[in-house]
Design a binder for this molecule. Structure first.
Ligand SMILES: Cc1ncc(COP(=O)(O)O)c(C=O)c1O
Length: 380
């Protein structure tokens, strides 16, 4: 009997692909517009910059569009030079990727073989999980406790088979950070054949003085990689560009593995210009701290628990299923992120927006909860 295509493909595909789902991205505004035929939609689901890109990046891009017929610089020279000046490091200390997401995958492909252990927090950025499953690694997850890191538990999870420890600092989706003292201890006790990946996608937003510096572990004599991105505070998520800071020996191997032109031309041009736009970053950070205070204060007054966050988003516990709240908000033109996929079925993650977005989300959540009888006038 002839087998159908799905059966044939299932029998030949990598078996580990059965255990993962496609990345659950935030719903695009255009999709909701198509589905509901509504305008004035606000997306607070993917931790993007509510002000958009740096105007300097936009004008650099406009001025260079005539060059897009050429392949980009495969070595990202201009960007690496700029970063090397910023951090006082060599060009060889930087890995540039098609988003920091690509660098996570390249590092796992370069270092992790089937059976190796990869230690990560639970919950944490979902790509750590999918990339290590694809590599055939054994995932060792360490649960956050009350949404905070317990670094002693992470140290306990490391053994001879641990090839990589990958930690988001701040954590996505909670916004928790790892404090310098605790990270110093981890690095001190890290076996030298374990790669430590510190994913600092949200570094720009952290204001706590006990947060480690991005270069604190780069010359510690152990394989440490710090990941940064242009997708969040820099407002360039649509171009896909991020970078890693590490020892040149690691960069050397990643250069052998990556595609020759992994970072597109437009992304390189915009990133170089965005790095010079301090004003845009400062405005973004100031708006974020004000917006965070506003959302946390107002949702707390509604009786909702907001997990303390150092990033540009906040995880909120709801008295209802997150999918229900998510869908109700969609009808009202607000896209948030339900955390069901992270196993947090009554939590929603809100990216801090512009003041008017923040007011709108608070008002609509209050209306929905009131309509559902979950709060009443006396609780407000
Ligand atoms: C912790 C963390 N790391 C990495 C990324 C990916 O960023 P990029 O757009 O640079 O691939 C994200 C995006 O949501 C993130 O939350």
């Amino acid at each position: 009997m002839k087998r159908d295509m799905r059966t044939i493909v299932k029998s030949i595909v990598l078996p580990q692909l059965e255990n993962i789902l496609p990345y659950p991205a935030g719903k695009p505004i255009s999709e909701l517009e198509r589905e509901l035929g509504i305008k004035n939609i606000v997306k607070m689901a993917s931790n993007e910059n509510p002000f958009g890109p740096s105007p300097r990046a936009v004008s650099a891009l406009k001025n260079s569009l005539h060059n897009i017929f050429r392949y980009p610089d495969g070595n990202c020279y201009d960007l690496k030079r700029k970063l090397s000046e910023k951090f006082n490091l060599k060009l060889e200390n930087f890995i540039i990727g098609n988003g920091s997401n690509e660098i996570i995958e390249l590092l796992i492909r370069a270092f992790v073989k089937p059976g190796d252990e990869v230690v990560m927090a639970e919950p944490s950025f979902i790509v750590y999980k999918t990339a290590s499953i694809i590599a055939g690694a054994k995932r060792v997850t360490v649960k956050l406790e009350n949404f905070e890191y317990n670094m002693d538990r992470i140290l306990d999870a490391i053994n001879k088979k641990t090839k990589m420890v990958i930690l988001d600092n701040p954590n996505n989706p909670t916004g928790a950070i790892i404090y310098k003292k605790k990270l110093d201890e981890l690095v001190k006790n890290l076996p030298e054949n374990t790669v430590l990946v510190l994913d600092e996608a949200y570094r720009e937003f952290v204001q706590d003085r006990n947060y480690p510096g991005e270069l604190d572990y780069i010359s510690c004599g152990k394989p440490v990689v710090v990941l940064r991105t242009f997708s969040k505070a820099y407002g360039l998520a649509g171009l896909r560009i991020g970078y890693g800071i590490t020892d040149e020996s690691i960069t050397d191997y990643i250069n052998r593995l990556r595609q020759p032109f992994n970072v597109n031309f437009a992304a390189q041009v915009a990133a170089v210009a965005a790095l010079d736009d301090r004003e845009h970053i400062e405005k973004t950070i100031a708006n974020n701290s004000e917006g965070m205070k506003f959302i946390v204060k107002n949702l707390t007054e509604l009786g909702l628990r907001c997990v303390p966050s150092h990033a540009n988003f906040v995880l909120v516990e709801l008295p209802v299923d997150a999918e229900i709240m998510y869908k109700e908000l969609l009808k009202r033109g607000i896209i948030l992120r339900s955390m069901k996929g992270y196993g947090l079925s009554n939590y929603i993650r809100i990216t801090i927006g512009l003041p008017e977005d923040n007011r709108r989300v608070v008002t609509e959540m209050r209306n929905i909860l009131e309509e559902m009888g979950k709060i009443n006038a006396t609780t407000i």
